[in-house]
Every structure is written in C-alpha cells, then in structure tokens.
Design a protein around this ligand. Sequence first.
Ligand code: SF4
Length: 297
Amino acid sequence: MNCRLCPRECGADRSESAGVCGVPQTVMIGRACRHIWEEPPISGTRGSGTVFFSGCPLKCVYCQNFALSSGQGVKISVRELADIFKLLEDAGAHNINLVTATHYALAVAEAAEIYRPKIPVVFNCGGYEKVRTLELLKDVVDIWLPDYKYALTLPAEKYSRAPDYPQKALEALLYMRELAPEDVFDKDGIMQKGMIVRHLVLPGNTENTFAVEENVAKYLGENTYFSLMGQYYPAGEAARFPELARRLKPLEYKLAVARAEKLGLVNTFIQFSEEEESKYTPVFDGTVTGGIYGAKC
Ligand code: SF4
C-alpha cells in the first residue's frame, strides 16, 4: 500500500521501505513507560502511560526528541502494542499517551481492537495531520494533545519544510475540537476527554507565537486549554539556524504569556524553565516498563 497517512502524502510503499517519516509499516517504538512531564491533567500523580513511537512525518530541525524522530527504536508487533496498553494501564497510568503516532494510525486502531484501554487514550501529535487519518482514530482517542507549532508559513517552511503546516494544523485542530467538543475532568482534575493545544515557544520567533495564540483564541475559543511551553533548548540541527541556537529568553516567554492573557486565553498552562531540559528526555532504547521514567523505570 502506498502510504498517504500524513500531509506529506509521499506515497511510499512502507512494506518495502520507509517514507519521509523515516520508518517502515512495522511499528517501531523508542520507549514505553509512565511519564510525569506532561501537563498536570495528563500526568496527574501516577504518570501518563506513554508510548514513544519512532519516526516523524514533520522532522523539525530543532526536534527535542531528535534520536526518536530520526527512527531510533525497536520493532514490535501490533499484538505487542496492545499488550503495552494493558501493561501501562495495569501499572496505574492515568491514560495511554501515544506520542507521534500519525504514521502508525492504522496499527494503533488495530491494537485498540485487540485491547481497548479502560483509561483515556491521548493522541499526542505534531499537529501536521490529515482529517481523514484522524477519522480512523475517532473511536479510539479520547483526548487530543496536538502541537500548534506554526501559524506563519515562513517558519513552517524554514524549520520543518512544511509550508502547508499552518493550514493543515488549523484544519486538524478544528476537527479534533469537533470530535471532542467538551473538556471533561475527573474529581482529581485528570482529563478524561477533550483537547489541549500545545505551542513550543521558539527563540527569535515571537511573531509566530503571537499568530498561533491569536488563531487559538479566534478559531478554537478563549476557553481552550492551551499549553505554552518555554522549555526549548537547541537540539537536532538547530545550530544551523543562529536564532534557534540558544535557549529562550525569559522576556520572550513573558511576552508570549502576556499576549495569551490579553487575548483572554484563560486556561493557559505556563511552563518555563532555565534548567537543562534535555535531562527530561527519555533514552529511546526500546525499554518497555510500567515504571515512571526518571524513577529507575
Ligand atoms: S506517514 Fe510517512 S510514509 Fe506516510 S505519507 Fe506521511 S511521510 Fe509518507
């Protein structure tokens, strides 16, 4: 089958070779564990049961998980993926968190038929999605956790070679909102259904951040759960771009927060740290465990 799961529509026959996303049809993962560095309604106290899939259709030059998006990981069967869902659920995870699974949408849907988790399923993605692919997952996913990286064409082209990202992401986000029109939390504040939109604030790209925030307020509404991530550090090939070769300045983050407030985005998660954030990036050696990453899992 010629793959057209993501907006790249590269048409690769992934039974024979990898597409632009860098991985074949057989599922590859870098790690599965409980993870506590997501937003509080996702991580909770027991961690999010996270499956880090290898490969990525977007391949941003500054990717904070560069080894993983470049295809590092181990091959597993669909049955093993279903077993991982069960293992993470049994370990006490609040949810099953599928990180960058767009190019494995068919396998995820198949695995969920083998074992449908009793806890919410989170689709944690780059935002560069096709509505038709999301449709395949509409009965599987409870919580949509998309990035909204760019609202401007220039950075989308420059950093991700995806000038159509702003349009595709907006279409995808609107469709996700349609699929999950309400944000539902349990008594402990853990999200059960809904959507959280994420934006990684890039150094030297304040205009893009403002444009993203404006679109979130305008098209998705002021009550949207919006995560403004300020933990950027130069990774991957970021050093090739002088503006990306440094950490984010506190002032750049403050401007982003102020604009969100001005736009009336009342449900914004603030996360800024000047610490070395790469320490929170798991090692993608294929480990599968119910333990919490960073706590000797
Ligand atoms: S998911 Fe991968 S193989 Fe499929 S269209 Fe996108 S880049 Fe190409």
